[in-house]
Design a protein around this ligand. Structure first.
Ligand SMILES: NC(=O)c1ccc[n+]([C@@H]2O[C@H](COP(=O)([O-])OP(=O)(O)OC[C@H]3O[C@@H](n4cnc5c(N)ncnc54)[C@H](O)[C@@H]3O)[C@@H](O)[C@H]2O)c1
Length: 447
């Protein structure tokens, strides 16, 4: 079966979800583009968007139309070439409408799993629930009329377990998109010892066509991205608890300080507590619970996360994309208060931030803002200067930042030592591309 033949009947499970909708969009574009190639004229391409609720699927189709229009508007020159034989399509808007129509004709929003029995390729993006994933995939495999291949988007379940439990005979690979899939460039590719080479080859071709940056991760729970981020988050919570204890501060003040350290001093797009809110306190706890049984020399668990969950403070996003309150409270997307687990309420920044900022001390004049680094040609030099200056600045802020940077580096190095990542460069690429860090964790700045 050729690349195009495999793409002629595809299903996305969990298509109305956060990840599924993006995967559906990208796959729809890839499929419709292939269908427009001269050699595929007249062939039928079918993309099943499978989810449990009709309502969610209706919303998905609206989303798809809007997004496909935006994509089509950016490639009218190419589309004009593809539709060169269509004399009825005169204006650009005729061509764009035809392209959207081609996508809508191809995508079948359905709630029945049976539709996937005719697919040669299945993307799995249902909830992070191993039993659910195994149940759905094994049912498709058992009933499939094709030599079906599976791409799972699991964040944490080892792929070989899904393979074994669903009896997929090596026809499965971890294809871990980042959120949102249509925007994020990174994909972690996870093959098992059993993954068929042709499945990997196809996955690489598909990723290349989508213009993704591919990093291969070994099949260890959490892979590289969550392997680093989850431990970094756990460290952030531990560092805040330690700071609170040593300085006799309420925990919420220490959380504010560590969030500031990890954003401003480590030159990251957001502080570690804001990032945990973005991902979701519940998602974080869930992924840690999946990962924990697979690690022997550490305990990937946090009492603070348990407490947050018990108190119903979960973060994550509204369907509009707006940030829900978690460790921090947000107004117009900006953090304005910290959750106090003792008092069970939010304490506004203005009640304590000036005192905390003073305790951290001032930053060296060579400090660089994260956003500015994105445009800097001499980023490395600027960062080196800043961290060199930080080492000679005797403030609490610099001490905490240097310790944190070292720990983040150690986490990265351990991923390589434990064989999760093939090398330091892969760890750095994941954190640079998937988490938008200004520099990879394995660096010389903190030596
Ligand atoms: N959200 C992220 O940042 C992120 C990033 C990378 C990977 N992932 C992984 O992607 C997967 C999906 O995560 P998400 O955040 O999109 O979750 P989500 O809750 O937004 O979406 C899951 C979707 O699956 C659907 N679903 C549930 N049971 C189903 C069934 N029996 N049949 C068909 N559809 C069903 C739900 O209705 C929902 O639409 C998970 O494995 C997650 O770990 C998530």
């Amino acid at each position: 079966m050729t690349y195009d033949e495999r793409l002629q009947n595809v299903s996305v499970l969990g298509a109305a979800g956060k990840m599924g909708s993006g995967i559906l969009l990208l796959t729809a574009i890839e499929m419709v583009d292939r269908s427009l190639q001269p050699e595929n004229k007249g062939k039928t391409f079918v993309l099943n968007a499978i989810d449990v609720s009709d309502e969610a699927l209706a919303g998905l189709m609206d989303y798809l139309k809007v997004q496909v229009r935006k994509i089509a508007e950016k490639k009218t020159v190419w589309l004009r070439k593809m539709y060169a034989d269509r004399e009825d399509l005169i204006e650009n808007f005729d061509i764009i409408d035809e392209y959207i129509f081609a996508v809508i004709r191809m995508v079948r929003p359905v709630t029945s799993m049976e539709e996937a029995f005719r697919s040669s390729l299945v993307f799995e993006a249902v909830n992070e629930n191993r039993a659910l994933k195994v149940k759905l995939l094994s049912r498709i495999k058992e009933n499939s009329q094709k030599d079906v291949w599976f791409f799972t988007n699991t964040s944490s379940v080892p792929i070989h377990l899904i393979d074994e439990e669903a009896k997929l005979e090596g026809k499965v690979i971890g294809f871990h998109f980042y959120n949102p899939p249509a925007v994020q460039k990174l994909v972690e590719l996870i093959k098992t010892d059993n993954t068929k080479p042709e499945v990997e080859e196809f996955a690489r071709q598909y990723a290349a066509n989508l213009k993704k940056v591919v990093v291969s991760s070994n099949d260890v729970a959490g892979f590289i991205g969550n392997g680093h981020f989850m431990r970094d988050g756990l460290h952030g919570m531990k560092a805040a608890a330690k700071l609170a204890e040593e300085k006799g501060l309420p925990l919420y003040e220490a959380i504010y300080m560590m969030n500031k350290i990890t954003q401003d001093y480590l030159v990251r797009p957001m502080g570690i507590f804001q990032l945990m809110d973005y991902v979701g306190v519940d998602v974080m706890q869930f992924i840690l619970n999946v990962m924990n049984p697979f690690v022997e020399d550490e305990d990937l668990h946090s009492d603070l996360l348990d407490q947050m969950m018990e108190q119903g403070v979960k973060g994550g996003q509204f369907s509009s994309g707006a940030q829900k309150d978690g460790f921090l409270k947000y107004e117009a997307g900006k953090p304005v208060a910290v959750w106090d687990v003792q008092g069970k309420n939010y304490v506004p920044f203005e009640a304590f931030s000036a005192r905390c900022d003073e305790m951290l001390g001032s930053m060296p004049g060579s400090v660089v803002a994260w956003k500015a680094t994105l445009r800097m040609k001499n980023k490395e030099e600027m960062l080196r200067r800043f961290y060199t200056d930080l080492k000679t600045t005797e403030t609490l802020g610099s001490e905490l930042a240097l310790k944190y940077g070292k720990c983040s580096k150690k986490i990265g190095e351990k991923l390589v030592a434990d064989g999760v990542a093939h090398n330091a460069e892969d760890v750095n690429t994941v954190m640079l591309t998937g988490f938008y860090h200004a520099y990879g964790p394995i660096n010389a700045y903190f030596d």
